[in-house]
Ligand binder design. Structure first.
Ligand SMILES: [Zn+2]
Length: 447
């Protein structure tokens, strides 16, 4: 955006000097003027209830200019035509819950702790760059990355490097360090005498809470992420319990500050007291929401609170059956699906999120789609959760997650029909971000 502004100002200066006609077009100006027509045999536009057949998408620079029935307009002179054959074209996907600075929490590979204790910062940054590229390769053209796990403001730099074109990756909304309380986040379990890094910025009291939010916002946070619950276990009655962290007063200080900056607060919350405080404190999105009561669902509908469920991640690496961790892991999965179904039926706003990074980036991000369908969404609802609905959560309705005039030209294509088999979204064959083709394995997608 800033670059466009510079070009615009530069052009204005040239025009004033009467030089505009003679000066050669700058490379950026050429990109801005580039016209592409994408032919889609089947188009899922991110907002319509049904797919459309035989459409053409007219793109200029980084934006979509028009969408119309194929053959009803001649391509503009000089336009490049991309013929995508029988593929289904969709908006670039959006994952609202990622961690590019986490590389899975596989116990055999050292789990979470090794990443904070033994990985050099430069190594973590390098792998975050690979993770970002992995997201884009899989058709995720936008992510909301919800904290760096002791990698400070590393996400701000990765976002900048992507934005300036130095490395490939999705458009990023970043949460930087995140906030929890003393006793509310790892690393933990070490001798009290040893100072270990913490994966989140820990605060106690509303003053510290507000200060942490201010620091993070000042250093580039697009969102503030708060941990409203921490440890979880199954109690004597067989119920899932999660330890609450921030008080309502602490959370309210963060929400008030963040909303003042016209930004939003994402709250990790499993269930119980912590989840209730998240709602009472005014969180904009509940992350995970493993076990929502009917009253909490009603409160979410009333307040317009989003749910970013991250279903699939809880099926990864459960502890052995019969162990406390194993009992907890199976209970989480059991309550989560039911909770999702109830929220869906009640009309809670649901956006797609995976917690990738919590599981390795080598795995398909799109594994979340079949879980959403297993628990009651139609394939179209699941796709919209990862496109237009996610865009709405990000405050970018109409600009992201839609194939419509005015939206960014973020397009993907899959060879088959994702409405018949949502697993098709694990094999994205064509990715365009802001009008530039990042990858294509479609034989007919050449020039
Ligand atoms: Zn997460």
């Amino acid at each position: 955006m800033r670059r466009l502004l510079c070009i615009a100002l530069f052009s204005l200066c040239l025009a004033r000097l009467g030089m505009a006609q003679e000066s050669p077009a700058a490379p950026d100006a050429t990109a801005a003027a580039r016209v592409v027509v994408v032919r889609a045999r089947v188009l899922i536009d991110g907002t319509s209830a049904q797919p459309k057949a035989n459409q053409e998408i007219l793109i200029q620079g980084d934006r979509i200019i028009a969408v119309y029935a194929a053959g009803t307009r001649p391509p503009p002179v000089g336009a490049k035509v991309l013929e995508l054959g029988n593929a289904t074209v969709l908006p670039g996907l959006i994952d609202c819950h990622t961690h590019i600075f986490l590389q899975g929490e596989v116990p055999a590979a050292g789990g979470y702790d090794i990443q904070l204790l033994k990985f050099p910062a430069s190594y973590r940054v390098a792998r975050a760059g690979v993770a970002a590229r992995r997201a884009l390769e899989q058709g995720f053209t936008t992510i909301r990355d919800v904290e760096t796990e002791a990698a400070g403001y590393g996400d701000v730099g990765i976002k900048q490097a992507i934005h300036e074109g130095y490395i490939p990756g999705p458009r990023m909304f970043v949460a930087t360090r995140s906030i929890s309380t003393t006793g509310g986040y790892p690393l933990e379990g070490y001798a009290p005498e040893i100072v270990v890094p913490k994966g989140a910025q820990l605060i106690d009291g509303p003053v510290e809470a507000r200060k942490a939010a201010r620091e993070q916002l000042d250093n580039g946070a697009d969102w503030i992420k708060v941990y409203m619950t921490h440890r979880s276990w199954v109690d004597e009655q067989g119920a899932l319990v999660s330890q609450p962290t921030l008080t309502v007063e602490e959370l309210k200080a963060i929400v008030d500050e963040t909303h003042g900056w016209r930004k939003k607060v994402a709250c990790h919350a499993y269930n119980g007291i912590g989840l209730q405080r998240a709602l009472d404190g005014g969180c904009d999105s509940i992350e995970h929401g493993l076990e929502l009561t009917d009253a909490q669902i009603a409160q979410m509908v009333k307040q317009g609170t989003w749910l970013v469920p991250t279903l699939a991640v809880y099926y990864h690496d459960p502890d052995p059956p019969g162990t406390p961790g194993g009992i907890r892991d199976r209970k989480r999965v059991a309550v989560h699906g039911v909770s999702f179904q109830k929220a869906l039926r009640a009309g809670v706003k649901i956006a797609f999120g995976t917690d990738v990074g919590g599981f390795p980036w080598s795995e398909p991000i799109a594994q979340e789609f079949p879980r959403m369908i297993e628990f009651g969404m139609t394939p179209m609802q699941a796709i919209q959760a990862a496109t237009s609905r996610a865009a709405e959560l990000l405050g970018k309705r109409g600009e992201l997650g839609a194939i419509a005039p005015g939206a960014y030209a973020d397009l993907i294509a899959v060879a088959g029909d994702p409405l018949a088999d949502v697993g098709e979204l694990k094999n994205v064959a064509f990715v365009m971000k802001e009008g530039s083709v990042f990858r294509s394995t479609l034989p007919s997608a050449g020039n």
